[in-house]
Design a protein around this ligand. Structure first.
Ligand code: COA
Length: 116
């Protein structure tokens, strides 16, 4: 198993909030599952921003171009995030590990992907 790539991204929440005011931006970037998860939180914007950073970090880590909606950030019962490439049946997606954090005006994500 060898490392395919790593990616990191940081989001400034005041700028991200402006983009999120456009409904079309939200629909273009986030899946229904992601929207449901973030909206269930007390401060949805920071969770959306972390997931946006996660998708951008994933783009940096993998070699092929994919769209925002092809990269879904999932959350386990313990809160641990993971990355699913959609559609899942498509063969040979890289295996990516992710970590995210958010504080005040910033959200960030780090991704490391390995070849399968
Ligand atoms: C998990 C924990 C470290 C998050 O730290 P925090 O300072 O509260 O918040 P941060 O901004 O740094 O990170 C938040 C992100 O951590 C990630 N996270 C939450 N639970 C996680 C877990 N069990 N494992 C890995 N990542 C986790 C999520 O991506 C979360 O963002 P999201 O809610 O938008 O999905 C903290 O809640 C904690 O110490 N919990 C108790 C111990 C624990 O559950 N440890 C996890 C290993 S078992």
């Amino acid at each position: 198993m060898s490392v395919l790539g790593v990616g990191v991204d940081i989001v400034f929440l005041p700028d991200f909030a402006k983009a999120m005011k456009k409904q079309e931006f939200m629909k273009r970037v986030f899946s229904a599952k992601e929207i449901r998860f973030c909206k269930s939180k007390a401060f949805p914007l920071q969770h959306f921003a972390a997931r946006f950073a996660a998708k951008e970090a994933t783009f940096k880590a993998i070699e092929k171009p994919v769209s925002y909606l092809q990269v879904e950030i999932r959350t386990s019962a313990s809160g641990k995030p993971s990355i699913a490439f959609l559609p899942q049946k498509q063969a040979r997606h890289p295996a990516c590990q992710i970590s995210m954090a958010h504080v005040k005006d910033y959200a960030l994500a780090f991704v490391i992907c390995t070849k399968q």
